[in-house]
Design a protein. Sequence first.
Length: 172
Amino acid sequence: MLIRRETPADAPAIAAIHQAAFAPHYADDALPPEPALVEKLRTDESWMPTLSLVALEYDTVVGHICLTRAGIGPFPVLALGPLGVDPENQKSGIGSALVHAALGAADALDESVVGLVGDPDYYARFGFVPGLRLGIVPDEPDWASHFQVRPLTAYDPAVTGEFRYPAPFYDL
């Protein structure tokens, strides 16, 4: 497996992966919003091309993750998501490899915090903790039970307050 930055040619495969990965989580064959979210993020000021990564098996894109610019008050931080792996390749370590690569890249860029709304059991293995533990809360109270943060090397404990995702996340 190879993990590299996304290229424009990867966009259709990335959309297909998120469609397939997230469709089972929605009722009545509803279209999952994640493929459209990635498209909107690509045109948003929060987009960070260096932090949109794909996993390749041979020459086939089998997974995708992106980190985008978010904020905690005046402090710039990152938001993780979406993370998607082709269903035929799930539970093979691709998602974990993508998360590790994204966090390593963010750390190398001297980013301080990564936030996300996701399964606490899954993301704890990567060092994510409930945001409240570090004084960071989501701006949507309904997200509190699944909101987590991962402090990186440049983390400053003074960075506390309300976490705000990039605008496209609120259009879901």
